[in-house]
Design a protein around this ligand. Structure first.
Ligand code: ZN
Ligand code: ZN
Length: 415
């Protein structure tokens, strides 16, 4: 009997999916979204998120709500306890109901070995961005938790803590997700003066005008200067020269921008006219506040809009895949690049007359400069073939293409 039981136990262990065993600290295990539900402790608002139908709060935030929160490096544990000496709670008027952020991606949940305890008992916790989140429901251990769909609120009531008068949260219409749209190509390098090239972010190296494909490892502002001895580090300016495509890409990008703005996104374009041709360094600078490559990126994603050539038919995204080492990207960067491209392409092929090219994904081009330079997930679209019968669709349906791009981005942000 004993033998059978241990064999069964061994079988049960093997049934744990392989990826659970292979999880490393920092690997993504889920996604946290901004919550649209007003959340309170004793009617004092607290910022909230959700994931998989669970309302979440930051464990560290509980400090302001009558709890002590202590980090123990030895135990790799966060201890949350009711602080009976806490006499009052400061109402945080900065907490509002964000109309445009609600339901959109906020953070990745990553695998961690940190534990969280509430009054000495372990609680389910999720690691995000250097902080721990717990379920609002966990507070049932110290109080009561109520949900009201009618009032769109989640409330915790804890005895012994001061209580405020309930008031619905003020609406925040200012906070938005920022998306960068990049209409590929631009003015031909043959008609750019040296001054124009320089101010567009290109350098003149031994191989002529161009730019470095990579940032220095772990950087997002210092050029690699030839890091890989692959003869691939230099991207010549002429590689981006096209004649018809700049106009098509800009038209699609402008149509997508209008739709995204209708949907409550903030949009930055990397170029707004066809007489400019920014370098990739200049293009990805739109992922940062004030185009400052040394700041923390504030865009959620980057979408590069191209159209294909070579006489084929249909729309596809270019798959990511390579040794990306730039600063800010996380362990799910490649996966997110593909997911973004796939979400957009799914909408384009479903909602326009363009068919699907190459199963929707163009592989083998993960070396593209954009994937190496973007600090945020990048979707790389090749929307139809401008030198085939697709051209008529591209010209007649650019507004539908713009809508499909916007909806695809929204799918990525909300699914
Ligand atoms: Zn390099
Ligand atoms: Zn192109």
């Amino acid at each position: 009997m004993k033998g059978i039981r241990s064999a069964l136990a061994a079988a049960a262990v093997c049934m744990i999916p392989a990826q659970v065993c292979a999880m490393e600290i920092g690997d993504r295990t889920g996604i946290v979204y901004y919550s649209g539900i007003d959340t309170y402790i004793n009617n004092y608002p607290i910022r909230a998120y959700h994931s998989d139908g669970r309302q979440l709060i930051c464990a560290e935030d509980l400090r302001g709500y009558g709890f002590t929160v202590d980090w123990s490096p030895e135990d790799k544990a966060l201890y949350i306890s009711r602080d009976d000496s806490a006499a009052d709670i400061q109402r945080d008027d900065g907490i509002k109901r964000s109309v445009y952020l609600a339901g959109k991606r906020a953070h990745d949940i990553v695998y961690t070995d940190i534990s969280v305890y509430l009054n000495g008992e372990p609680v389910e916790a999720y690691s995000i961005d250097g902080q721990m989140m717990i379920k609002l429901r966990s507070l049932e251990a110290v109080g009561t938790v109520e949900y009201s769909a009618e009032e769109n609120r989640a409330s915790v009531f804890i005895d012994g803590l001061p209580a405020a008068e309930y008031a619905p949260l003020e609406e925040d219409l200012g906070s938005k997700i920022t998306v960068v749209l990049d209409p590929g190509h631009g003015k031909s390098s043959w008609s750019m003066s040296d001054e124009e090239k320089r101010s567009a972010g290109y350098d003149c190296g031994s191989g002529g005008w161009g730019e470095w494909r990579h940032w220095k490892e772990g950087s997002a502002s210092e050029d690699c200067g030839g890091c890989r001895n692959e003869g691939q580090c230099w991207y010549p300016i002429g590689n981006g020269d096209r004649d018809t495509e700049p106009e098509i890409n800009l038209r699609n990008a402008l149509a997508a921008k209008a739709q995204l703005e209708n949907m409550g996104y903030s949009v930055r374009l990397t170029r707004t006219a066809n007489d400019e041709n920014p370098s990739f360094k200049a293009r990805v600078s739109y992922c940062y506040p004030g185009n400052d490559l040394t700041a923390e990126p504030d865009a959620a994603c980057y979408v590069c809009i191209h159209s294909n050539a070579g006489g084929g038919r249909g729309s596809a995204y270019i798959g990511a895949g390579g040794n990306y080492t730039q600063k800010w990207i996380n362990s799910s960067y490649q996966e997110d690049c593909d997911l973004l491209g796939e979400s957009i392409n799914r909408r384009i092929t479903a909602e326009t007359s363009l068919s699907e090219y190459s199963g929707g994904r163009i592989g083998g081009q993960g070396y593209m400069i954009l994937f190496h330079k973007s600090p945020v997930p990048a979707g790389y679209m090749e929307i139809g073939f401008f030198d085939s019968a697709d051209r008529r669709i591209i010209d007649e349906e650019y507004e539908r293409i713009g809508l499909a791009i916007a909806e695809g981005i929204n799918d990525y942000m909300t699914e």
